[in-house]
Write a protein that binds this ligand. Sequence first.
Ligand code: ZN
Length: 94
Amino acid sequence: MNEVLSRLRELLFPSVPGVAVVAVHSEGNAIRVEARCTPIGAACPDCSHWTERVHSSYLRSPADLPAAGRSAQLVLKVRRFFCTATGCGRRTFV
Ligand SMILES: [Zn+2]
């Protein structure tokens, strides 16, 4: 079973830049893949200022995928950042 999970990990994620698989769980007939974004910061969508000040993080489930008759859920950990630029009207962004 572990072999299947590590194979799934290899198949799914090398093609997604900036995303790392944290864990793959098998729960009954379902597979749960947890991933997070790897960059340490992000640019503000309004002013393009780069920030590494994390406001918070939470889990988002962008996709429920069928996988060979089993249910596979992708859970992505996303972060909210502070924009630290003076004069920018946006305080935080995801
Ligand atoms: Zn900004």
